[in-house]
Design a protein around this ligand. Sequence first.
Ligand SMILES: Cc1cc2nc3c(=O)[nH]c(=O)nc-3n(C[C@H](O)[C@H](O)[C@H](O)COP(=O)(O)OP(=O)(O)OC[C@H]3O[C@@H](n4cnc5c(N)ncnc54)[C@H](O)[C@@H]3O)c2cc1C
Length: 123
Amino acid sequence: MAAGDAAAPSDLPLRMSCQAAGPLGAHAADTVLARVAGRRPEPLRIGFVALCLSLGRHDGIFQLNRRDDSATRFHLRGRAGAGVKELICRGTVKQMTAEARRPGTFHLPRFLQDPQRDTISGG
Ligand SMILES: Cc1cc2nc3c(=O)[nH]c(=O)nc-3n(C[C@H](O)[C@H](O)[C@H](O)COP(=O)(O)OP(=O)(O)OC[C@H]3O[C@@H](n4cnc5c(N)ncnc54)[C@H](O)[C@@H]3O)c2cc1C
């Protein structure tokens, strides 16, 4: 079982990112629990929503992506880009804290799911 940057599920690697690593960790745990219970694990449907980068506190870029991680034309630059990136960083820490307090609460929201992945990876 592998999750995070080290994993290439169904030989279809996801971009090395916390965006993928968080859901991959949760999915790995669910897969182990399903196998222990003798159930068929759910297919992996992790998709992407954006790519972002901050250059210090006041400059950055937020690029909206499609679920297959290809870029759209929409992006925010400068202070706005850095602001969104900051919100995402805070959200990531919040999410990890919530999961540590109540394990199993994380669920991949629909807007972060890529149903096409099943088709591409063959399930
Ligand atoms: C500077 C930097 C900036 C980044 N910025 C972003 C970003 O803005 N957005 C984004 O989506 N992603 C970003 N990433 C990538 C993101 O951090 C990684 O993709 C993500 O953390 C991968 O998660 P992981 O669980 O696979 O690995 P990690 O988070 O690296 O966790 C691996 C853990 O295993 C531990 N470990 C290693 N070897 C052993 C061992 N032998 N025994 C026990 N424990 C061990 C390590 O100490 C570590 O805690 C950034 C990465 C870096 C380095």
